[in-house]
Design a protein around this ligand. Structure first.
Ligand SMILES: Nc1ncnc2c1ncn2[C@@H]1O[C@H](COP(=O)(O)OP(=O)(O)O)[C@@H](O)[C@H]1O
Ligand SMILES: N[C@@H](CCC(=O)OP(=O)(O)O)C(=O)O
Length: 375
């Protein structure tokens, strides 16, 4: 299967739409185009694809409402514009999605939400819950509360971190150019579009310029960096011109649009490598002999029934070590329940989880996709 056709099998997409594209060069939000993207995202949704939308445009929408012609540079003015514009932005997306009976949700994130482990896990859990419910999260940076030092600034970086966070298969970056060119096409009319490349290819560094348009931030440099970040969890990135007709649908159908930046590894292999490198664990589970056997011999998920004891005050989503009764490591992985919940369900069959906790998230304590087994 060609790499493009493989996109048809991608089940979770993060789609980032930049400021340069969302606003008609500063004339407010381009509602007509937004409607077109919504239609396409809903078509994807109908095909069983989970969609996360990372939408810029708060500052640009706010500028229009406030009658400002130039993007301000002072942080407090940017924040004021974002506060005015974010409401407008999310209202526009909501109206679009509701025509198709699909519920969007506003999620505003900051740098802290990614660097603080607890908040990271919390946000991940919320995003995954929204996706399970068929909701489309519409994410932006929480511009009004961030400080200069702790600002993503551009949404490419934020979109890549979100792609890691929800383990997306593909990150689509819609922008105002047809893709990544050999040089900035604004200043180099001879620049050629790159169709497919490995994200880590170092020759791209000198091609991607940092200069952006009047409204965007970061230019292609942040998009290239984002593709590398996304590749770390196995996601492919497509940088593509968002003004092309039916661009999202055509990418889904495998058409060669924009630039495809490939990861070096399949998502699962990348994920396992990431897990392997995660040396810090937050707790331990002691397994009974039966559970040790199915984990060791069949590489299966761990159910609560096979756990005899636990140690540590871990949160849901943190890394724990699984030990046999002699203290030897059998596996490690990300746990689906926090320590106080796990305490109540260990040794019990999964069908009792709902009665014991009042709810059931997953039947497994650790899912095999989130585990690496000791050799
Ligand atoms: N090699 C390149 N290929 C394409 N565009 C480039 C390149 N280098 C720099 N750019 C610039 O990046 C801009 C897109 O980035 P930006 O303005 O930040 O948009 P967005 O708001 O979509 O993130 C383009 O308009 C283009 O001028
Ligand atoms: N959070 C900002 C986004 C900043 C921005 O323009 O980013 P980008 O679209 O990546 O160039 C906003 O909503 O205006």
């Amino acid at each position: 299967m060609s790499e493009r056709n493989r996109l048809r099998t991608a089940r979770r997409w993060v789609i980032k739409i930049g400021s340069a594209l969302l606003t008609n060069e500063g004339q407010g939000l381009d509602l007509e185009r937004m409607d077109g993207w919504v239609t396409q995202m809903c078509q994807l949704h109908d095909q069983g694809v989970e969609v996360v939308l990372v939408s810029s445009g708060a500052v640009a929408a706010g500028m229009e409402k406030l009658g400002w012609m130039e993007r301000p540079t002072a942080l407090h003015q940017l924040q004021a514009a974002a506060a005015v514009g974010q409401a407008r932005l999310v209202q526009a997306w909501e109206m679009g999605f509701q025509k198709y009976g699909i519920q969007p949700a506003q999620v505003l994130l900051t740098h802290d939400d990614h660097s603080n482990r607890r908040r990271y896990l919390n946000a991940r859990s919320t995003l995954k819950t929204l996706l399970e419910m068929g909701v489309v999260p519409v994410i932006n940076e929480n511009d009004t509360v961030v400080t200069d030092e702790l600002r993503f600034g551009d949404n490419d970086t934020l979109a890549a971190l979100v792609a890691n966070q929800v383990e997306a298969d593909v990150l689509v970056i819609l922008t105002d150019q047809d893709g990544l060119f050999t040089a900035d096409p604004r200043t180099n009319p001879d620049a050629k579009l790159i169709h497919e490349v490995r994200a880590r290819d170092e020759s791209l560094d000198s091609m991607a310029g940092g200069g952006s348009g009047r409204l965007g931030r970061g230019g292609m440099q942040t998009k290239l960096r984002a593709s590398r970040q996304a590749a770390a969890s196995g996601a492919a990135t497509i940088i593509v011109g968002g003004r092309a007709d039916d661009v999202i649908t055509r990418i889904f159908e495998g058409e060669e649009l924009g630039t495809l930046l490939l990861p070096d590894q399949e998502p699962m292999a990348a994920r396992k490598q990431w897990l392997q490198g995660h040396l810090k664990t937050a707790g331990e589970l002691v397994l009974d002999a039966g559970a040790v056997r199915v984990l060791k011999e069949q590489g299966k998920s761990l159910l609560p029934v096979g756990v005899k004891a636990l140690r540590g005050s871990f949160q849901r989503g943190e890394m724990v070590t699984c030990l046999d009764e002699n203290g030897n490591e059998v596996a490690r992985g990300l746990i689906n329940y926090g320590a106080s919940e796990a305490e109540r369900i260990i040794g019990k069959p999964s069908h009792q989880i709902k009665v014991l906790l009042g709810y059931q998230r997953e039947p497994e304590l650790l899912h095999r996709d989130n585990m690496v087994f000791a050799s």
